[in-house]
Design a protein around this ligand. Structure first.
Ligand code: FAD
Length: 365
């Protein structure tokens, strides 16, 4: 019997496997498809909530802790398996179009500084100087210089490889079919590769987590897929200098090789990850509005992924029942929150957690 079975090989499951295996526990991870090919691949890799001012303090505290853990995690993956997750503080600008936007940006500068983060209000000329791709008619911009991003599609494969180097068994192509109960507690799972027994099982199956538990699942874990569509553009490296975020939540994320990710929709259409003309059209029109000069850039590809949403949009972290820990429901922030999630699961497995996890409790209403 292993110490821990992790269900799901997205960024959350692989970060947990890496953290626990590094801690000396025996770990097996079951992933039904390829490692990290679902939401964790499809994401944009921003290490910030899109609108932090709308978040409860409990979640902001997790965000801050996770951001502080990211540099060490990226360094470990690079040192252990030679994969560069391209963790970079490219900063983010929010273009301002109206006097009302400017007034709102002033409030956000105050909010950010109160939370110990750098924030600057730029006038129109400084905004265009900082980010020349912005529209001519912007009346300013909010600059958040410290905000960072990662090349998220490399993260789960990198973490899985690092976990394997620490002794974890990574089973891709292995579907979990149901939980195994022994002595009134969860003792592992039935899978297409046979029974996998473990003292603790961690549910990290993203949008599929709720469905996997079947009937009687606590409301908080009734994960719903929230589709997001992304358009990938090819530009000159450095043409877009910062991440750009519009007031409606549309964003652009520049990679060092000149690729720019533009996203994203939030659609509740079930387990359907097709791209659609309506979705991509909406993203394309945001590109033209936010950064007009990129409206004629080459489109390289497009895709969609399914974010694991929950009824209150908060992650689910904690014991579901004896032997079963939930680590799911990260909605729009799973890339950012993966390191702290792994740390919380480590504490729960070790029985060392003294945190207040009530806001994330699987049993909450
Ligand atoms: C368009 C888009 C943009 C995003 N941008 C950002 C961003 O900028 N920053 C950010 O922090 N977050 C972002 N997110 C959200 C982020 O991608 C998710 O929160 C995160 O990837 C969730 O990770 P996960 O490991 O829980 O889920 P997933 O990556 O979906 O992994 C779950 C895994 O479980 C496996 N699985 C399911 N059922 C079973 C089973 N029965 N047996 C075995 N395996 C199973 C699946 O195959 C899958 O690989 C974005 C998401 C999308 C779609």
């Amino acid at each position: 019997m292993r110490d821990v079975l992790v269900i799901g090989g997205g960024i959350v499951g692989t970060a947990i496997a890496e953290r626990l295996a590094r801690d000396g526990l025996s770990v097996v991870l079951a992933e039904r498809g390829e490692i990290g090919r679902e939401s964790s691949w499809a994401a944009a890799g921003l290490l910030t909530p899109v609108h932090p001012w709308n978040y409860p303090e409990s979640l902001l505290a997790l965000d801050a802790e996770s951001l502080a853990l990211w540099p060490d995690l990226a360094a470990r993956v690079r040192a252990d398996v030679g994969i560069d997750l391209e963790l970079r503080a490219t900063g983010l600008v929010m273009p301002l179009e109206t006097d009302a936007d400017v007034a709102e940006a002033e409030r956000r500068v105050t909010w950010k500084r109160k939370h110990g983060e750098a924030a600057e209000l730029l006038d129109a000329a400084s905004a265009r100087e900082a980010e020349p791709t912005l529209a001519d008619d912007v009346c300013g911009a909010l600059l958040l210089p410290d905000l960072a991003q990662v090349r998220n599609h490399r993260a789960a494969p990198g973490l899985a490889a690092a976990a394997a180097r620490c002794g974890a068994e990574i089973l891709d192509g292995t579907t979990v079919l149901g939980l195994i109960y022994q002595g009134g507690r969860v003792a592992g799972a039935r899978t297409t590769a046979g029974d996998l027994l473990a003292r603790q099982t961690v549910l990290a199956a993203g949008a599929w987590s709720g469905a996997l538990l079947g009937d009687g699942v606590p409301p908080a874990i009734r994960t719903t897929p929230a589709r997001g569509q992304i358009l990938l553009l090819r530009t000159r490296p450095g043409e877009l200098r910062h991440m750009v975020l519009g007031g409606d939540g549309a964003y652009l994320v520049p990679r060092p090789d000149g690729r720019v990710l533009a996203g994203s929709t939030v659609e509740y259409v079930g387990f359907d990850r097709h791209v659609t003309p309506a979705g991509i059209g909406k993203v394309a029109s945001a590109v033209g509005r936010l950064t007009p000069s990129l409206a004629t850039a080459q489109v390289e590809s497009s895709w969609a992924g399914l974010r694991p949403d929950t009824p209150d949009h908060m992650p689910v972290l904690g014991h579901v029942e004896p032997g079963l820990i939930a680590a799911t429901g990260h909605f729009r922030s799973g890339i950012m929150l993966a390191p702290v999630t792994a740390e919380i699961v480590r504490e729960l497995v070790r029985g060392e957690s003294s945190r207040d996890l009530a806001p994330f409790d699987p049993q909450r209403d």
